[in-house]
Structure formats: C-alpha cells, structure tokens
Write a new protein. Structure first.
Length: 107
C-alpha cells in the first residue's frame, strides 16, 4: 500500500465518522524539509560550528572537490569548439580557404 491508498482509506473513514479529511500526501513536505534544515543549523550553532557550508567542507576534506568528480561528462571528454586551436587545425580538419570562382585553390 502506498501513501495515496492510505490517504484514500483515511479520507473514507473520516467521511463516515464525520471528521474533516486528512491533508493530501505531499502537502507539507517542503515545510518539513525546511524545519529539518533549520534544526540542523541551530544544532551546529549550539555546538560552536559554522551554520552553513558543512556539506561542501566535508566533501572538500574527502577530496571530492577539485578532482573533477562533479564535472559533467561533456566538460571532461568533449573539446570546446569555440576555444582557439593550439594545433592550427579546425575541428573538421586543416584550415584551408575555399577555391575562388575562376582560379586555382589558394594555399
């Protein structure tokens, strides 16, 4: 049984008894998450630790930041097409000019 089934059972029972229906599932989720976040910040202040930045600091201590762990696959594997080439080659091959209408190709 999931949360929606339980809600339907509770709403049916409340209607039969004459009570107000319970709140729908997910109604107070954001409020609960904010309360948990605020409580954790409060406990950090009471313990004498900084109230913000604990997750980043812990990840940095573990060595996750700066190692490329949080970069996207595109930024690690695909070269930038807008960056100037160091080899003198374009992304499609050597840089050559197109031939003019009446003459030989310019090299």
């Amino acid at each position: 049984m999931n949360a929606m089934h339980q809600y339907l059972f509770d709403a049916y029972r409340a209607a039969r008894v004459g009570e107000p229906p319970p709140p729908e599932p997910g109604t107070h989720d954001l409020a609960v998450l904010r309360a948990v976040r605020d409580r954790r910040r409060f406990e950090r202040v009471l313990a004498g630790r900084p109230a913000r930045g604990g997750l980043r600091r812990a990840l940095r201590r573990a060595g996750a930041f700066g190692t490329g762990l949080f970069r996207t696959a595109r930024s690690r594997t695909t070269p930038s097409l807008t960056a100037p080439s160091r080899t003198g080659l374009s992304p499609t091959g050597p840089c050559r000019t197109a031939p003019t209408a009446g003459g030989p190709p310019a090299d």
